[in-house]
Design a protein around this ligand. Structure first.
Ligand SMILES: [Zn+2]
Length: 64
């Protein structure tokens, strides 16, 4: 899989996503007031945490 970039549409199945926590932040793309954090893993087993909008499903950023 390609690197998960900011603005990419969330692909929960391809990324083996597991819900982690919610953030009280506005989406950079659509202004939706709640974002969710997911722990994701790529095909090489490298994991990271991404912040995803619950409305437009775009990746807003990473956290650790
Ligand atoms: Zn959004």
């Amino acid at each position: 899989m390609e690197q998960i970039m900011i603005g990419t549409v969330f692909q929960p199945i391809n990324w083996k996503a597991a819900y982690d926590m919610d953030f009280s932040l506005d989406c950079l793309y659509c202004g939706h007031p709640t974002l969710s954090g997911y722990h994701v893993e790529d095909e090489r087993g490298k994991s990271k945490k991404v912040v995803v909008c619950g409305e437009c499903f775009k990746v807003n950023g990473n956290y650790s």
